[in-house]
Write a new protein. Structure first.
Length: 123
């Protein structure tokens, strides 16, 4: 609930900043407000063969299949990634050696335009 209030205040401030200023000052104010937007550190991991190329893609990076590479942890055998995600709902998938995979550990899914499912996280 508190995050929703913070988000509403940030939106109101951004709207006010756009109405009051123009040009670069307006943009600077907006960027400061967005920097205060609520976010959360989220950890992701997937098991894959050592030497695999593993990436993370979703609505937060416009489904770019190479924007977020995961690092292999030789002790656990997992590939891992930690991201700051903005508050809200995000759909995502792992890309392992060019093949898209859902997160088997995620209990929430949503259908996509390709006839498969995306994993969904609520931040």
């Amino acid at each position: 609930m508190k995050q929703q209030q913070v988000a509403r205040r940030a939106k109101a401030r951004a709207k006010h900043a756009f109405a009051q200023d123009n040009g670069s000052r307006q943009l600077l104010r907006f960027m400061r407000l967005m920097a205060r937007a609520p976010s959360k550190v989220v950890h992701f991991e997937i098991s894959a063969e050592q030497g695999s190329q593993v990436f993370f893609a979703g609505t937060f990076n416009h489904w770019d299949p190479t924007a977020h590479p995961l690092k292999h942890d030789p002790e656990s055998g997992f590939f891992r990634l930690t991201l700051h995600l903005a508050a809200g709902e995000h759909e995502y998938k792992f890309v392992v050696n060019g093949v898209w995979h859902m997160d088997a550990k995620c209990p929430h899914w949503a259908p996509n335009a390709h006839g498969t499912l995306n994993s969904v996280i609520h931040v």
